[in-house]
Design a protein around this ligand. Structure first.
Ligand SMILES: [Zn+2]
Length: 249
């Protein structure tokens, strides 16, 4: 994807999913205990877990080269609950880009009942303005014959192999390759910034009750311990700012 983006869906038993990606991806669900029986095909039932809601997409671009532009935001109602179908619907509806999106996650159970992800991945093909009809039809037909992405990944397919299969005879050129990995942007400084956004009373309560603060990142479960002295420093700054606002500075 050329620009940076994030997407969110809501409701269902999962309550909320946030994913942001710039090659580095992270996400969390508000209800990690959400569960559903396997669907009729014996597969993990994403649809049942996601439920109804809205699919929000935010694109931010230019930060890496020091530019700031208003992020582009779009949303559509969830029509499927399967992320790939909803994303394709969003692209067609909100951005008027005909797209094929194929995503898959293969969840397996261990003997002890734990689950693990054996394969996950996806392909997105977008039709650029001015593409000729014949190419579009060729892509549609080869996409239709493409096996499930997780089946291919499980058999060792690399991203380029997935594309090759999905595009069939349509030639393509690799312009850029970037690794995709799980990474979180949280830090001790960010935890402090979050506390700074609270009002003085709330911070005072944290000091009195807990003599500090412990914050856990929803994305990666990292825990940040904010010590009493640090919290007092934050409180002083918040109080100074509130006083300055009151004086009309
Ligand atoms: Zn984190």
């Amino acid at each position: 994807m050329a620009s940076e983006g994030s997407m969110t869906t809501a409701q269902g038993t999962i309550k909320l999913v946030i994913v942001d990606g710039r090659g580095q991806a992270r996400g969390y669900v508000r209800n990690p205990q959400a569960d559903a029986p396997l669907n009729a095909q014996g597969k993990f039932d994403v649809r049942a877990i996601v439920g109804e809601g809205t699919f929000f997409v935010t694109y931010e671009s230019g930060f890496d080269i020091g530019l700031y532009r208003e992020p582009y935001r779009g949303s559509v109602p969830l029509v499927s609950g399967e992320i790939a179908e909803d994303f394709a619907y969003y692209l067609a509806k909100s951005e008027q880009i005909p797209s094929a999106v194929m995503l898959g996650v293969l969840v397996r159970a261990r003997e002890n009942g734990d689950h693990f992800i054996e394969a996950a991945g996806g392909i997105m093909i977008q039709i650029m303005p001015g593409a000729d009809e014949q190419t579009v039809r060729a892509i549609e037909s080869s996409v239709g014959r493409t096996p499930h992405t997780t089946t291919m990944i499980r058999h060792g397919a690399r991203p380029i192999d997935l594309l090759q299969t999905a595009l069939g005879d349509v030639p393509f050129q690799v312009l850029e390759e970037r690794a995709v990995e799980f990474a979180c942007t949280c830090s001790h400084a960010r935890a402090l910034a979050l506390i700074s956004a609270m009002n003085a009373e709330e911070i005072r309560a944290m000091l009195e009750e807990d003599r500090g603060a412990v914050m856990t990142c929803h994305f990666c479960n990292a825990t940040y311990h904010v010590k009493e002295a640090e919290l007092e420093g934050v409180l002083r700054r918040v109080e100074e700012e509130a006083a300055a606002t009151k004086r009309g500075e």
